[in-house]
Design a binder for this molecule. Structure first.
Ligand SMILES: [Zn+2]
Ligand SMILES: [Zn+2]
Length: 196
């Protein structure tokens, strides 16, 4: 199953947004279940995130806009937790709530793709609808299995595996590198089986 480029970008971007805070399974969650770190606290944080992910349209300006995006992360995280019927409920709820209206557009270097909110809509609305539209593709393709949890120790981050051979096990937060380095060190530390 090949997904459209904008679907791939939207899913990867949604995972990156969800992963701006730690989730259960992470060492950065305290005993009360609360995150002890967060990469998305300020307007500058949100602007940097949106620049990194190529968001066009109105940049965020207010703390309230940041708060709405922060709150959205919990709703998007549910895509990784729920079964298909429950995922569909969340998708439809987001599309209704933000009055998604799909339109084909072409801008910057991008050929025709779907936007379902006006470019002046608040960041949370644009992010919610873009993620929901990408989930529409994933559900219709019967590919919810592409959503997984990072295999990194003490991570708990979410993963979107769009690779052809479904080989992606780690989040984009460096867990794959960390696991490779740890495995390398473990091999070096293991007693040698050399015959010399
Ligand atoms: Zn666009
Ligand atoms: Zn990870």
């Amino acid at each position: 199953m090949q997904f459209a480029h904008d679907t791939r970008v939207a899913l990867t971007g949604a995972a990156a947004l969800v992963n701006t805070r730690p989730w259960p399974g992470s060492s950065e969650i305290d005993a009360a279940g609360e995150p002890t770190t967060d990469d998305l606290r300020t307007v500058a944080d949100l602007r940097a995130f949106m620049d990194e992910w190529g968001w066009t349209g109105a940049p965020p300006r207010t703390a309230a806009e940041v708060e709405d995006v922060r709150a959205l992360r919990g709703r998007l995280h549910r895509f990784w937790e729920l079964d298909e019927d429950a995922v569909v409920e969340v998708v439809n709820e987001l599309l209704r709530e933000y009055r998604a209206l799909p339109q084909l557009v072409r801008h910057d270097a991008w050929d025709y793709h779907l936007h379902a909110t006006p470019s002046g809509a608040p960041p949370a609305a644009r992010m919610a609808v873009e993620a929901a539209m990408a989930m529409v593709d994933l559900v219709r393709a019967g590919e919810l299995g592409r959503l997984g949890t990072c295999a990194g120790e003490d991570c708990g981050g979410v993963v979107v595996d769009l690779s052809r051979n479904r080989s992606r096990r780690y989040c984009e937060d460096g867990c794959g590198n960390r696991a490779a380095v740890a495995a390398y060190r473990a091999r070096r530390a293991a007693p040698t089986t050399s015959t010399t």
